[in-house]
Ligand binder design. Structure first.
Ligand SMILES: [Fe+2]
Length: 298
């Protein structure tokens, strides 16, 4: 692990943590407007557009690009946005097409309809792929809006490094509890006696080989087993309270057609929504095993 990454797990080195924390908070964008980057052609960013998104990814782990494209159904748009930040290894999850792109839309009467993302119901706070195994952790994500709903369907977003800071500032032992490899267990997914996915145990916080912080979380109360100890309970209660707060770092983004989120798998939720014939919500979702590379330039 890099020297940089050790600050997330070395809870006794408070001086280094404080330096990182203060710098991080001083560089955070002030509000939603500061996360928006207008781009002419998302598939081929100009140097300035590329740099604006890169800068936001570095400071706040996310950016929202706004494209004035007539060709907004084109899956190459989100694919190319990711590729420009070295996001290549797509997670071919069960709902994805052969190209690795998942069409998030309401699906009645298909197997997908049994899963909340393919309904119009709200989705609680989570990071994507919290049920994946260690070697298939989701490090980054593109969410691209082809069509928004008539009402609702907004995503609320929160940089997971801000969550880390909130918890550590409350009690460093909360971080210790959430670094535990058995902190959160997602029980096996069994459908009609067939195991689709085994139990998955893992930490909430972990550090990648490149020193970046990763978070694995779901606010679901069913189908999740938290480690049964006092600090884990207190830590998750502190987190739940924070997610329900009016923290200025919690953003509500209603993506419109041609707009997309590129992020290092930050925490997010989705509100429920209503549709009509002209407003059938369709978002393309791309999950990657790569983190967005912010060390490169055009
Ligand atoms: Fe998600």
């Amino acid at each position: 692990m890099s020297v940089w990454g050790r600050l997330f797990v070395d809870l006794d080195d408070n001086a280094r943590y404080q330096r990182w924390r203060d710098q991080k908070l001083s560089r955070m964008p002030a509000g939603l407007d500061e996360y928006l980057v207008s781009v002419k052609d998302p598939a081929h960013l100009t140097r300035n557009e590329f740099e604006a998104i890169r800068n936001l990814l570095e400071r706040a782990n996310m950016a929202i690009f706004i494209a004035a494209s007539d060709d907004r159904c084109n899956k190459n748009i989100p694919l190319n946005i990711g590729a420009q930040y070295s996001m290549h290894r797509l997670d071919h999850n069960r709902g994805a097409g052969r190209d690795g792109v998942t069409e998030l839309t309401v699906r009645d009467g298909q197997w997908r309809g049994g899963y909340i993302p393919y309904t119009n119901r709200p989705i609680h706070w989570h990071t994507d792929g919290y049920y994946n195994e260690e070697q298939h952790k989701i490090h980054s994500l593109v969410l691209y809006c082809v069509q928004n709903a008539l009402r609702g369907g907004e995503n609320t977003l929160l940089d997971h490094e801000i969550v880390y800071i909130h918890l550590r500032d409350n009690n460093p032992d909360y971080i210790r509890a959430l670094l535990h490899p058995q902190a959160m267990i997602i029980p096996a997914n069994v459908i009609r006696g067939r195991e689709i996915r085994p139990d998955r145990a893992g930490p909430v916080f972990s550090v990648n080989a490149n020193g970046a912080l990763h978070m694995r979380y779901t606010a679901r109360t069913r189908s999740v087993i938290w480690r049964d100890d006092r600090l884990t309970r207190e830590a998750t209660a502190c987190l739940t309270e924070f997610l329900a707060s009016d923290s200025p770092y919690i953003l509500s983004a209603g993506l419109r057609p041609g707009q997309g989120l590129i992020c290092n798998n930050v925490l997010h939720d989705r509100s429920g929504f209503d549709e009509d014939e002209d407003h059938k919500r369709l978002l393309y979702r791309l999950r990657y095993y790569d983190r967005a590379d912010t060390s490169i330039s055009l």
